[in-house]
Design a protein around this ligand. Structure first.
Ligand SMILES: Cc1cc2nc3c(=O)[nH]c(=O)nc-3n(C[C@H](O)[C@H](O)[C@H](O)COP(=O)(O)OP(=O)(O)OC[C@H]3O[C@@H](n4cnc5c(N)ncnc54)[C@H](O)[C@@H]3O)c2cc1C
Length: 291
């Protein structure tokens, strides 16, 4: 455990003050024990994966921040892959390709960890990682599973009901997941990945400092198009700018703060509401400032 770890080092947007306590468990069992102990002692905790969808507060996070980055194991299980929550999406995509397993090609070029991806149901407009989930092991706050006295158990996607960019975990924590993939060939999987990557590189500011899409796409619409047509491409608040390449990406131009991001999100919401009468829903996980 480390004290006062700067969260700007652990988020892709490079924003965030210190975590009071910063834990990096090496195994899902240790993560479960840690969560149970923190809960018992009344210590607030926050889960952090790759920080690729998170805006951490300027004032830092009191209590414990648990980073999943040391839980990186991945096992072949039939046609599927059993993955720990800290497996990075690039390594998941690489492993599936190497094994000739098809199903997660659309995650190519997406940063983050499997746990964070399941929490957000990461993917594209038409597909999310939950489409491949066979089962998931979750730690639950509060209640204990009556059958075995444990705070974690295996859940099916049917019980969770994930939706577009919404893992619906209800405060539960991903300890492990079994992804259902289809046998293919490494070359075919690679060709599909290359195709997705080309499209992504053409349309998104993948090399700039961002946290991915700021808003979810409203039904039948594109949040990027609405923001662009509201005249906000290139708009800047402090160190945060609406990307010139894709208006749904907010880029840290240098020295951006969480306050800048919150201000920018509010301005975009107001402009799109005013121009189109549409309320945008945030995709970014913006953690509130400490009291
Ligand atoms: C350049 C770029 C491109 C991107 N492209 C895409 C894209 O194409 N599609 C897409 O969907 N997203 C995209 N994103 C956003 C981001 O990569 C995904 O949302 C990713 O899944 C976030 O994973 P993470 O581990 O970084 O999550 P984090 O930001 O660390 O966390 C996100 C949420 O998940 C929770 N969480 C983390 N781990 C766990 C766990 N084990 N159990 C329960 N909850 C947990 C956190 O508490 C937080 O609420 C992009 C981001 C960038 C920077």
């Amino acid at each position: 455990m480390r004290l006062h770890e700067p969260l700007s080092n652990w988020t892709t947007m490079r924003i965030g003050g210190p975590a009071e306590m910063f834990f990096e468990p090496h195994k899902p069992e240790f993560l479960a024990d840690l969560l149970t102990a923190l809960e018992k002692d009344g210590v607030p905790w926050t889960l952090l994966g790759g920080g690729a969808n998170t805006v951490a507060p300027d004032g830092g996070i009191p209590g414990a921040v648990i980073h999943t980055g040391n839980m990186r194991r991945l096992f072949r299980d039939g046609n599927g892959l059993r993955v720990w929550p800290g497996v990075t999406l690039p390594s998941l995509v690489r492993s599936a390709q190497g094994l000739g397993l098809s199903g997660v090609e659309e995650l190519v070029g997406v940063p983050g960890h499997v746990g964070g991806a399941l929490a957000m149901n990461a993917g594209s407009a038409e597909w999310g990682i939950w489409d491949q989930v066979e089962e998931v092991v979750l730690w639950s706050p509060g209640a204990v599973n009556e059958e075995d006295g444990l705070k974690f158990r295996t859940w099916s996607p049917k019980e969770i009901q994930p939706a577009y960019r919404q893992g619906n975990l209800g405060g539960r924590v991903v300890l492990e997941a079994l992804l259902n993939l289809e046998e293919s060939s490494p070359l075919v999987v690679k060709a599909t990945q290359d195709d997705f990557l080309k499209r992504k590189n053409r349309s998104q500011p993948v090399r700039l400092t961002s946290a991915g899409c700021a808003f979810k796409n409203p039904s039948g619409e594109s949040a990027g198009r609405l923001i662009d047509q509201a005249g906000l491409k290139g708009h800047q608040v402090g160190g945060v700018k609406v990307s010139d390449i894709h208006a749904n990406f907010l880029v840290n131009e240098g020295g951006a703060t969480a306050a800048d991001v919150r201000q920018m999100l509010a301005e975009i919401e107001q402009a799109v509401q005013g121009r189109f009468g549409i309320s945008l829903e945030r995709e970014l996980a913006v953690i509130p400032e400490p009291l």
